[in-house]
Design a protein around this ligand. Structure first.
Ligand code: ZN
Length: 135
């Protein structure tokens, strides 16, 4: 695998609406998209910092993975790091062959129409790792 850049950082928040003013008024970023990803039971808000994005994640259901994260981290926090790669399926096959535990054996659709897949934190020194590919 040769990631080209950090595609985004996924940050869990209780409320996107409450978090946006910090990102806009303090950090000076602007939210360019709010999108619900029903499949992952989250609402997302996106900001650009150079080539990298900040993805705020708010749970939309009690069994959302983001709600589970917030139960353990009530103030929110960095939930995952997403690397941009090319040829996602072959990257997944390659890292699986190297013994990495995959959450997604095949790419699925994430926010912004990207193909995404997660690697298990057990295999990544505790960092939930997402790989993204522009379709
Ligand atoms: Zn993400």
């Amino acid at each position: 695998m040769k990631p080209t850049h950090i595609e985004h950082l996924g940050i869990a928040v209780k409320s996107i609406e409450e978090a946006i003013p910090y990102y806009e008024n303090i950090l000076g970023l602007s939210c360019y998209s709010i999108e619900e990803v029903a499949d992952q039971k989250v609402k997302t808000a996106f900001f650009k910092v150079g080539q990298t994005k900040i993805e705020l994640l708010e749970p939309t259901a009690p069994d959302s993975p983001i709600q589970k994260y917030l139960d353990k981290n009530p103030h929110g926090g960095v939930h995952h790091v997403a690397y941009a790669v090319e040829g996602l399926q072959s990257v997944l096959d390659e890292v699986a062959a190297k013994g990495v535990q995959l959450i997604d054996k095949q790419p699925r659709k994430g926010a912004e129409g990207l193909n995404i897949a997660f690697l298990h934190p057990k295999s990544t020194f505790g960092v939930l790792t997402e790989l993204c590919e522009h379709p």
